[in-house]
Design a protein around this ligand. Sequence first.
Ligand code: SAM
Length: 252
Amino acid sequence: RSLRLDVVSIFPEYLAPLDLSLIGKARRDGLIDLHVHDLRDFAHDRHRTVDDSPYGGGAGMVMKPGPWSEALGHVLAQGSPPAEDHQPRVPTLIIPGPGGEPFTQQIARELSEEPWLAFACGRYEGIDERVYEWAGERMPVRVLSLGDYVLNGGEVAVLAMVEAVARLLPGVIGNVESLVEESHEDGLLEYPVYTKPAEWDGRAVPDVLLGGNHRAIAAWRREQRIQRTAQRRPDLLPPTAATSALSGLEER
Ligand code: SAM
């Protein structure tokens, strides 16, 4: 099966990295079917205007609703008959925004199970609020934030989200096991990793990793994961676990 992705942006070139590396390969292998649309193609005045000043005043510009409804209508039309029965009819629309629900590995998993995702990249002060209502009447809409900081536009957020989702699709990452032990898959951060040489810059790889005792290695890695999570991201641990893991550390 392949995942269809439609991205609407005023900077289509911003999505060019999706031609590279594993995502580019997944596209060439037919696992991802990506379509990037230029919002300005749906603005019909001489300057192809997509923004205007905000009602009520204030700084910056706001994206006009008209070009957005046309662009999203164009995306929706891709799902209309004569699509064959097995084809999706409407995408889930993702609108990146700093005021959205935090994007997490869990959400990446959910999205990776969908057949069709569309992304609306805002710029300036954002998109006229009525576009969210318009879209919500036609397809499921999720407003998702990359984190508690402000970017200039949604494109970087879309690159991050597409990469997180695409690597979960069967066939995109050769070694499926490498997905299982990663940070955020089971609520713990990943253990530290090492490669050759065994000694470098006067620093040795932990002995346990050189010994070939798989039970000991698994136990060491698990302990490292708990300690690392307690130190860097105590918010990920249940409160008592975080305190005891940290006090265990201080005893060393
Ligand atoms: N005025 C908006 C606010 O305060 O919520 C910020 C608009 S921001 C300058 C322009 C665009 O960047 C947004 O419409 C959104 O597409 C994107 N963006 C900015 N920060 C983001 C974040 N943390 N996560 C996802 N998208 C973001």
